[in-house]
Structure formats: structure tokens, C-alpha cells
Design a protein around this ligand. Structure first.
Ligand SMILES: *[C@@H]1O[C@H](CO)[C@@H](O)[C@H](O)[C@H]1NC(C)=O
Ligand SMILES: *[C@@H]1O[C@H](CO)[C@@H](O)[C@H](O)[C@H]1NC(C)=O
Ligand SMILES: *[C@@H]1O[C@H](CO)[C@@H](O)[C@H](O)[C@H]1NC(C)=O
Ligand SMILES: *[C@@H]1O[C@H](CO)[C@@H](O)[C@H](O)[C@H]1NC(C)=O
Ligand SMILES: *[C@@H]1O[C@H](CO)[C@@H](O)[C@H](O)[C@H]1NC(C)=O
Length: 891
């Protein structure tokens, strides 16, 4: 071998390396050899574009279709890196799944609207080798235009490695290019956004809907012939519930282009793109419209209107249906339609005499629709000044406040009405400010806490708080609890220091409801001062909340030791001691690290290491019981009862969902009483701050973190006596009924093939809480019953609608859980209380429907799958003390 040939081999090796290198990582300028779409070249490909949809795990029979066609790419003009491609999509033909197919689950060709659509060649303008714009023949149906955009998007690529923002049929994405070999590279798209399409989501960790997408295209080149041999594009989108990840849908869309022929065509003249285009247009006399690569949404406009749908679903919307599944399902249907309905149509439903008995439910729905149109329609009918409209006003305001998609214009409108209108009755006014606060908080969850509305609302509440006198202040504290703004912490700490004991309790409740990360040094210092009463005496509830707060952060060994010593002290605030003791036990059951710390402190301390020291008297309880555990989330019931003189001073039963570190209180039922000590035999001389309030008792609900206006059972002594003697509260009465939206997701995903997938998930909770209280002074007993019935339905659809085929997969999951809390109290001697918490059997159903239709044809494919799971009922064992008292009471 002579040196020359060695040199030659070396050079050609180097060259091929470089070639590879060019593809791999070189700057754009050097790709002189590779000139794809050379002017005058013509390449013909076979296109197959397939869409399959299925349930999340893609394990059962899917539905779907594909379109095949021949595609000819003619490069009719070119200068450097600028080109004009004329592309022809020949005879696109729909194939669908059919039993008649030769292979099981195979595809057969089927007639469709696609066959008759106008379909002329279109132009792709490349500038600097990237697709700049499309010129589509005028008046082609949208489905056809979208398919063409999907096809043209395959030509949106670059042949050097790197990451870049790119627009194509998937929207605006981050495109990552990597080389697999000299002649092959992949384009991976991520973070695709389509800001022009509607998008609704619930930001909550547990209630959110997860969407996982993957998009990858593989390009295979023929380097010698300067041509693309094939493009294989694959993408998939999984949508599922965060709270239960096995429930969801799956869609995949693949496009495959394979070279079948090459040829030559004649080109047109022109110094630049514009000149060439002018020539071309005068030559062919086709009228074009300029388009981007992004496809457009097809709407078929055959949806029923809101008012029609209300007519259809009327029976499911009646009050009697609340707490059931059919109520939840109808609620979802109406929200889906109502979000795009106009004011006039909504007003028609509100005004109809036939809907008189459903108005409360309609206001629920309209609160969750929360569009400008729906709000204007409601404001035509609802008069906040009118006391008679209290129930309607509150249902509307509650729904607005719980919706995860608050409308800033509606917040501002309500705030204006709140501040300007002095004729609004007190109760509605309180509900208004509570709702405004909650809406502002939810808005900050979506758009960060810089939004102006949030600042306006915060200022308004603080101003009102500063001007209010005495008990009028309380509602603004509650509003701050809904606002959850960390900016208010310094002010609250000041109130704890200087305000009345009751104001201190309200402030602690607000701080406790803020996410832990906002509890800084100052909060923890104040918590310590409050619990140990280092600066002054505090209300017992302030002390117990402060203790909970200390226990929920990484409590120092020293503080925990102080707390344990307090439990062993001779202080007579038995209920506080018992409550804290129970909280420590509950925490120790949940967290092994904490448990070890407690045991170490006790073991190493002679005083504490004595059983009798740490078993305080008192009937307060704190406990947590699991009612659900799955891979995706855990659910528990947390019951906290702080007693005073034998009756509940501050009690709550909370339904809490947890996922990894996120905790969500779905529902909380709180009971409170105050100023009642003088009615009860004071059991031991409790060393506590005396109530300064007049007698009161009531119930406090919070739904998805939004506190509602408290319901008073009575206030003032006269009313209490009346109630007790006449027994009006002993009938079971509904306390709170409403429909609530849990999951709320709507997203349009632009598929690479030019079609658009609609992903819609709505979860509804139809809720009925009722209760009764019986108090007998004669026998000195009290009995209460609280019953919660709920219908929960989640419906998720993934659908692809075109004018030639419609495919959809839908999951629906539902359950009707019930919870019954009985409590019996006997205060004839030493007070004893027995609480029983039971959950009857329930049934979880999970159904899947897959449907495919071809418009204008009889073809309809439907696959259904039904799953049912029994969830056996349980009676929760609360704690030993309670069990002992129950068996003593019912012996
Ligand atoms: C989903 O299932 C279909 C049919 O069994 C299969 O062809 C396809 O490759 C699967 N997709 C994925 C991403 O696993
Ligand atoms: C609290 O303690 C846990 C476990 O010891 C630790 O992982 C975590 O970082 C601590 N958190 C803070 C805020 O100190
Ligand atoms: C509690 O004990 C302390 C000493 O530990 C004593 O000074 C105080 O008087 C006692 N208080 C009561 C109420 O017994
Ligand atoms: C435990 O405490 C009780 C009451 O204070 C006392 O009588 C007893 O001696 C203590 N036991 C121990 C082991 O210290
Ligand atoms: C549910 O609880 C169990 C036991 O505490 C825990 O191991 C698991 O990680 C939790 N699951 C989730 C999704 O948080």
C-alpha cells in the first residue's frame, strides 16, 4: 500500500467522521455536502398515520384508526437554505379496526368524509432550512388542513445536535436533537405548550390530573442521494388521577413516512422566495392562505345548550338526589357544557319556572362554571341585599370559593359589592368576605402570590379587621384563614400578644392553617410562650393549637422535654394535658423517629419515667385512623376533641388525603362551644382562663380548605334553654348540602399528526351532611348523630374529533361512601362520653368505555369494561378510654 492510498483511506475515514460530525455537532454553516430537498428533486413517500386510544395501562383492546396516503414532495424552487416545497397528499384513505379484518383486531379500509374532501397540493416555505410557514389552498376542510400540517411538521428539523425552541404541529416545544449514527438522528420534543388553546387545571397535589407525554421522531437519511429515507414519529400521552394513579387514559399517535420513489421536476425562476411565489401563483392560479404549522381545533357544534341539558337532567338535580352518584354525574355534565354557554342561555335556565326546585343546585353549578357569562347571568337573578335569598346567595358564593379556577374579575366584582353595598345582611356579608378571601388564595395558587387581586383583597380584609369592634372582628379573622397569606403573620403574632384570648385562638387557627414552611422562628417562639404561658395566660385552645404546631415542626428535645414535664406537673388544666398527651401519642404512632425521641427522654428522666406521671385525667382525644391506603395516596380520618368541663370546646373530624409529602384536608367538620362552663358541673377546679363569651355552640365546616361561615346552634342563654327544653334540634336536619368539583382538568393536546386530543377530567362530590342533637336535662344525657353521605364520581375522557372519524375513551370511577359519628354524653355523675365512628360498606366502580364513530356512516365500535370493588365497612376503634366508657355506658 503506497502512502497515497493510506492518505486516501485516512482522508475518506476523516471525511466520513466529519460527515458524521456534521450531523452530530457541527455548526450549521458547514453542511455543504448535505442538501436535502435540492431544487428540482421530487421524492414520493408512503405515509401511515395512526391513532390508538386505550385505558392508562394500554393492556386491553384499544380503539383507533389510521390514514394511509402517498405523499410527493417537490422542491420547486431553492436558493441556499431557502426553499419552496410543493407537497401533494394523494388519496388519503381511512382504515379502522374491524372484526371483519383478516387478522384479529386488524384494520380494514373504510369509506369516510376524507374521500370527498377538497385536497390540492400545498406549499411549505423553508427559510434557513426550517419551516417558516405554509400556504394552504383556500377553503379546504379543517380536518384536511390539520392532517397536512401534521405531515409538513415532519419536515421541521435540523441536522445538527442541540436543543432549541421550535414550533410545529405539537405547539411550541423544546426540541432536542441527537445523532444515533452518521445517517440517523432523533428529535425529542418536550415541554410543549399551546397557549392559544383552553387549559384548566387544579394545581392541588392530590386533586390534580397528571399528564405524561412523550414525543420522539427518528430520521433516517440517505447521504449519497441527498434524501430522507424515512421518518418515524411516535408519541404517547397518559392522563391519570394523582389520587389514584391506576385510573386514566392513554393515547398514542404515530406517523411513518417511507421513501418509495425519486424523480426530477422542473423548477420555477425567482431571485427570492417572494418572487418565486408570485410566479408560481400566477402560473397555477390557486388561492392560498398562509398558515403556521400549528393545527386548529375542530368544533362540531352539535352540543346541547345548558338550558336544554338542565331540562334533561332535572330529576337528578333535585335536592333529594344530593349525596348520590346521579347527582354528581349530572353536575359534571352541566359544568362541561356551561363553561362555554352564553349568558342568555344560562339566564333562561335560571328563569324557568320548572327549575324552581333546583335553583340551589344550579347556583352550585354556576359557581363552578365561574365564567364572565355565568356570573353576569347569576347577578341578574341573585340579589345579595335580599335576606330571603340567603340560601341561594350562600350556595353560589360557596361554590365560587371552592372552585380551583377562580376568575379574577369576579373576585373584584364581589369585593366592590362587599365594600359599596351597606344593605347586605350580615350572614351574606360574612360569606362574601370568606369567599373572596378563598378565591384570592386559590388564584395565588395558580398565578403566584404577586397577583394584584391578592393584595387588594388582603388590604380590604385587614382594613375591615382594624375598624371592626368586638365580636364583629371574628369574621375577618376567619377570612384571613381562607386567604392563607404569610404576609399576615406579623400582625397575627401581635394580636396573640396584645389581643383578647378569643382573638388569640382565632389567630392561632390562621397560623396553623398556613403551610408549615411559613412557620418561622418567631412563630415557634410565640408558640412556646403561648403553650407554657410564659408571657400571660392564654385560652386553652390557643395553648393546644400552639402545642400541635410545636409538635408538627421538628420540635427540639428540650422543648419536648418541657412539654412532657408539664404533663407530669400538678397543673389542673387536665383537658389541655390530656389533649397534648394524646397528640404526642398520635405523632409517635405515625413517626418512628419522634417515638424514639420521646422514649429516650422518658427513659433518661427519673421524674418522667413513672407511669402515673404521664397518664393525665381528662377526656380530650386526638387520634388518626386510616380509611384508605393505596400506592397513589393514603386517606385518614383525624379526630381532635378538646373538651372543657365535660363538653367539646373545640372538636373536629377531618378527612385527610396524603400523597408523599402533600397533605390535603378534603373536609373538616368542627364543633365548638363557649361560655358554657357555668352550666356544667365543673369537674375539679380547672386552672384555666374563664370564658369571657356568652353561651354559644355551633358547627364549623371547611371544604377543600375553605372555611364556611360557622353555623350557630344557639347563642345566648335564652336560646340555649329554649333549645334544650323544646328539643327542636332532635330531628335529623340537613346542615350542609352541596355539589363540589374536585378534579377539574381540561387540556387540548396537539398531536404531531395534526389532530387534536381533548383531555377532560372532572371529579364531583355531591355531599349531604345532616345531624341531630338530643339533650335531656332530666336524665342529664346528650346524644348527637352526625351523618355524612357523599357521592363521588370522576369522569375522564380523551377524545379525538375530526370530521371523518371520532374516537374516544372514557373512564368513570364512582363511590358512595358514608360516615356516621354518634356521640353519647352522660353528665349525671362523673361525665362520661362515648364516641362511635362507623363507615358502612361501599362499592367502588371503575368503568371504561371506548367508542369510535365515522360521521355519515353506520360504523360504530363500542368496547365497555366494568370493574367493581367492595370496600367493607368498619367501625373505628377510637381509643382505650373511649372504648371503656362506651362499654360502661351501654352495659
Ligand atoms: C399499546 O398496545 C398496542 C396494542 O397492543 C401496541 O401496539 C402498542 O405498541 C402499545 N403501546 C405502548 C406504548 O406500549
Ligand atoms: C426535620 O427532621 C427531619 C428528620 O430528622 C429532616 O429530614 C428534616 O429536614 C427536618 N426539617 C427541618 C425543617 O429541619
Ligand atoms: C404545684 O407544685 C409546685 C411545686 O412543684 C408548688 O409550688 C405549687 O404550689 C403546686 N400547685 C398546686 C396547685 O398544688
Ligand atoms: C411515681 O410517682 C408516684 C406519685 O408521684 C410516686 O408515689 C412513686 O414513688 C413514683 N415511682 C417511681 C418509681 O419513682
Ligand atoms: C401511605 O402510607 C404508607 C404507610 O405510612 C407509606 O409507606 C406510603 O408511602 C404512603 N403512600 C403514599 C403515596 O404517600
Amino acid at each position: 500500500m503506497n502512502p497515497n492510498s493510506i492518505l486516501y483511506i485516512f482522508l475518506s475515514w476523516l471525511l466520513s467522521m466529519c460527515y458524521g460530525f456534521v450531523l452530530l455537532s457541527s455548526a450549521a454553516g458547514q453542511i455543504s455536502d448535505l442538501n436535502l430537498f435540492e431544487a428540482g428533486s421530487s421524492s414520493t413517500y408512503k405515509l401511515q398515520s395512526e391513532v390508538l386510544i386505550n385505558e392508562k395501562d394500554n393492556s386491553s383492546k384499544n380503539v383507533g384508526f389510521y390514514v394511509v396516503a402517498e405523499v410527493t414532495v417537490n422542491s420547486i424552487w431553492g436558493k441556499g437554505k431557502d426553499k419552496i416545497l410543493q407537497i401533494e397528499l394523494t388519496q388519503p384513505l381511512l382504515h379502522i379496526k374491524s372484526r371483519k379484518a383478516p387478522s384479529p383486531d386488524g384494520f380494514v379500509p373504510h369509506k369516510s368524509n376524507l374521500d370527498k374532501m377538497q385536497n390540492k397540493p400545498f406549499l411549505v416555505i423553508l427559510k434557513n432550512n426550517k419551516v417558516d410557514r405554509l400556504l394552504m389552498p383556500k377553503n379546504e376542510p379543517l380536518s384536511m388542513v390539520n392532517l397536512k400540517k401534521g405531515l409538513a411538521s415532519l419536515l421541521q428539523f435540523q441536522i445538527y445536535e442541540g436543543e432549541t425552541k421550535e414550533i410545529d404541529s405539537s405547539g411550541e416545544c423544546l426540541a432536542q436533537y441527537t445523532a444515533n449514527s452518521d445517517d440517523m438522528f432523533t428529535k425529542t420534543k418536550s415541554n410543549c405548550v399551546s397557549i392559544d388553546l383552553p387549559y384548566t387545571y387544579n394545581p392541588d397535589d392530590i386533586l390534580k390530573t397528571m399528564v405524561q407525554s412523550s414525543r420522539i421522531s427518528e430520521y433516517h437519511l440517505d447521504l449519497h442521494k441527498n434524501v430522507i429515507k424515512s421518518i418515524k414519529s411516535k408519541e404517547s400521552h397518559k392522563m391519570f388521577l394523582s389520587v389514584k394513579e391506576d385510573i386514566g387514559n392513554f393515547v398514542e399517535a404515530d406517523q411513518h413516512l417511507i421513501l418509495i420513489r425519486e424523480g426530477q421536476i422542473s423548477t420555477i425562476e425567482g431571485q427570492n422566495i417572494e418572487e418565486a411565489l408570485e410566479k408560481l401563483i400566477s402560473l397555477h392560479s390557486i388561492v392560498y392562505t398562509q398558515e403556521s404549522l400549528m393545527s386548529d381545533r375542530e368544533t362540531d357544534g352539535e352540543d346541547a345548550t345548558f338550558s336544554d341539558l338542565v331540562n334533561e337532567l332535572r330529576d337528578n338535580l333535585k335536592s333529594e338526589a344530593i349525596g348520590t352518584l346521579k347527582s354528581a354525574r349530572s353536575f359534571i355534565k352541566l359544568i362541561n357544557i356551561g363553561r362555554t354557554s352564553n349568558k342568555k342561555d344560562i339566564q333562561k335556565a335560571l328563569a324557568s319556572k320548572k327549575n324552581k326546585d333546583l335553583l340551589l343546585q344550579l347556583y352550585d353549578i354556576l359557581g363552578f362554571i365561574q365564567s364572565q357569562d355565568s356570573h353576569e347571568a347569576v347577578m341578574k337573578n341573585l340579589i345579595f341585599d335580599d335576606e330571603k335569598m340567603l340560601d341561594f346567595s350562600e350556595r353560589y358564593l360557596w361554590a365560587l370559593s371552592i372552585c380551583s379556577k377562580p376568575n379574577p374579575d369576579i373576585i373584584m366584582d364581589l369585593l366592590k359589592r362587599f365594600q359599596k353595598n351597606n344593605n347586605i345582611p350580615e350572614k351574606i356579608k360574612e360569606t362574601m368576605i370568606l369567599s373572596i378571601a378563598s378565591m384570592a388564595y386559590r388564584l395565588s395558587q395558580l398565578h403566584g402570590n404577586k397577583v394584584k387581586v391578592l393584595k387588594d383583597v388582603e388590604e380590604a380584609i385587614i382594613n375591615n379587621l382594624d375598624y371592626a369592634k368586638g365580636e364583629e372582628k371574628y369574621q375577618f379573622f376567619r377570612a384571613l384563614k381562607n386567604l392563607k397569606s404569610p404576609n399576615t403573620i406579623p400582625k397575627l403574632l401581635d394580636v396573640i400578644e396584645k389581643g383578647t384570648p378569643k382573638e388569640g385562638v382565632l389567630s392561632w387557627k390562621i397560623i396553623k392553617s398556613l403551610p408549615k414552611e411559613y412557620w418561622g422562628e418567631n412563630v415557634l417562639k410565640t408558640a412556646k410562650k403561648t403553650f407554657f404561658q410564659l408571657n400571660k395566660r392564654h385560652d386553652s385552645s390557643s395553648r393546644t393549637i400552639a402545642a400541635e404546631l410545636m409538635l408538627e415542626t421538628n420540635i427540639t428535645e428540650q422543648n419536648l422535654k418541657g412539654m412532657l414535664h408539664y404533663l407530669g406537673s400538678n397543673d389542673t388544666a387536665f383537658e389541655i394535658k390530656q389533649y397534648v398527651y394524646q397528640n404526642i401519642r398520635m405523632k409517635a404512632d405515625e413517626c418512628p423517629i419522634f417515638k424514639r425521641m420521646v422514649l429516650n427522654i422518658i427513659k433518661s428522666d427519673r421524674f418522667l419515667n413513672n407511669y402515673s406521671t404521664l397518664a393525665p385525667r381528662g377526656m380530650s382525644t386526638a387520634l388518626s385512623r386510616n380509611f384508605l391506603s393505596s400506592d397513589s395516596s393514603n386517606g385518614s380520618l383525624v379526630s381532635l376533641q378538646e373538651l372543657k368541663s365535660g363538653i367539646v370546646k373545640r372538636g373536629s373530624v377531618n378527612i385527610v388525603m396524603e400523597k408523599n409529602d402533600a397533605i390535603k384536608e378534603i373536609f373538616s367538620l368542627g364543633l365548638f362551644s363557649g361560655g358554657l362552663s357555668s352550666f356544667m358541673s365543673s369537674n375539679g377546679n380547672e386552672n384555666e382562663l374563664e370564658d369571657e363569651e356568652s353561651a354559644n355552640a355551633g358547627m364549623e365546616l371547611s371544604v377543600l380548605g375553605t372555611q364556611l361561615r360557622p353555623f350557630l346552634f344557639f347563642s345566648g342563654q335564652g336560646e340555649l334553654m329554649g333549645h334544650v327544653w323544646s328539643g327542636t334540634a332532635s330531628e335529623k336536619t340537613p346542615a350542609y348540602q352541596a355539589n363540589t368539583l374536585l378534579q377539574d382538568h381540561l387540556e387540548y393536546i396537539r398531536l404531531g399528526n395534526g389532530l387534536i386530543a381533548e383531555l377532560n377530567v372532572k371529579g364531583a362530590l355531591s355531599f349531604d351532611l345532616s345531624g341531630s342533637v338530643k339533650i335531656s336535662i332530666f336524665y342529664s344525657t346528650a346524644e348527637s348523630l352526625v351523618e355524612k353521605a357523599a357521592g363521588i364520581a370522576v369522569i375522564g375522557t380523551t377524545k379525538i374529533d375530526t370530521s371523518f372519524v371520532k374516537s374516544q375513551v372514557e373512564f368513570s370511577a364512582s363511590i358512595e361512601p358514608k360516615l356516621i359519628l354518634n356521640s353519647d354524653l352522660d353528665f349525671s355523675g362523673k361525665p362520661t362520653a362515648c364516641m362511635r365512628l362507623t363507615q358502612p360498606d361501599s362499592l367502588l366502580t371503575h368503568n371504561i368505555f371506548k367508542i369510535e364513530r365515522i360521521p355519515g356512516s353506520k360504523h360504530k365500535l363500542r368496547i365497555a369494561k366494568y370493574k367493581k370493588t367492595n370496600i367493607p365497612g368498619v367501625t373505628y376503634s377510637l381509643n382505650r378510654k373511649n372504648n371503656e366508657m362506651c362499654s360502661a355506658m351501654f352495659k
